[in-house]
Write a protein that binds this ligand. Structure first.
Ligand SMILES: Cc1cc2nc3c(=O)[nH]c(=O)nc-3n(C[C@H](O)[C@H](O)[C@H](O)COP(=O)(O)OP(=O)(O)OC[C@H]3O[C@@H](n4cnc5c(N)ncnc54)[C@H](O)[C@@H]3O)c2cc1C
Length: 218
């Protein structure tokens, strides 16, 4: 028999959506279990920009000061090069937010920070290496999640199940929700190269020959 446990809210997926939802539930005193299939958050190419609106949320939650202690770079404007001409296309200094910059920081630092903050709430339970494989139903009502772990299968029943498991969501599939395809207008090739001392500080977009190249320095 698989082991079973019970929680109030079970969130599948420990990405930004799942961890932030977990934080907000736990902060409100709701017992919450977040399931993440990987054993850590160290995955590359997940995006490095933390936008002023996100920083504003951290400010409103009282987390900003501590968050900004994590090593990061502050991007206060963005320039784009169209052919040979350079234009400033974004200037964050006018934003009505606490931070007038984009923070450049790997997503795993953000997730490690948030999960550390979650630990102060005793109703918060993060389970790494817990991969949801399906939903539990009672008649046509979702009552929990089936989970695969390195030490065997687990059934977690919950009053509320949230699918935050990304673009290939197993929860969405198990709930028979249909995806509306909107098309992808751009294909992105994302890679890392070493940085020279005289490379530009700000993210620099080069648009030419019908293609765009964005440099994001770290
Ligand atoms: C190349 C690239 C660059 C990007 N750049 C930026 C950027 O600079 N700034 C920015 O703000 N955004 C950026 N984004 C977008 C950003 O990464 C996403 O918006 C964000 O990660 C979505 O968060 P999420 O929590 O919804 O999903 P995800 O980040 O996809 O998280 C889903 C989580 O669920 C886990 N999971 C999946 N299936 C299961 C399962 N069955 N059981 C348990 N866990 C499961 C996954 O391991 C993952 O941790 C970028 C995205 C890409 C691909």
């Amino acid at each position: 028999m698989p082991e079973s446990s019970r929680t109030t809210c079970c969130i599948v997926g420990g990405g930004p959506a799942g961890v932030m939802a977990g934080y907000l539930f736990a902060r409100s005193g709701v017992r919450v279990t977040v399931l993440e299939k990987h054993k850590d958050f160290f995955r590359d190419f997940r995006g490095d920009t933390v936008h002023p609106s996100t920083l504003q949320v951290f400010y409103e939650l009282g987390l900003l000061q501590q968050f900004l202690k994590i090593p990061h770079q502050e991007l206060r404007s963005i320039s784009l090069k169209f052919g040979a001409d350079l234009f400033k296309v974004a200037d964050f200094s006018h934003l009505p937010t606490q931070c007038k910059f984009v923070a450049l920081m790997p997503q795993w630092d953000l997730l490690n920070f948030l999960t550390e903050q979650c630990k102060q709430f005793h109703g918060f339970d993060l389970r790494m290496e817990h991969e949801a494989t399906g939903l539990l139903y009672s008649n046509d009502r979702v009552t929990g999640v089936e989970v695969k772990t390195p030490s065997g299968n687990v059934l977690i029943s919950a009053d509320l199940v949230m699918g935050c498991d990304g673009r290939h969501s197993i929860i969405r599939q198990a709930a028979h929700m249909e995806v509306t395809e909107l098309g992808v207008p751009v294909d992105v090739l994302w890679f890392r190269i070493s940085r020279k001392n005289d490379d530009p500080e700000a993210s620099l977009g080069n648009i030419n020959y019908g293609k765009a190249l964005v440099l994001q320095s770290q």
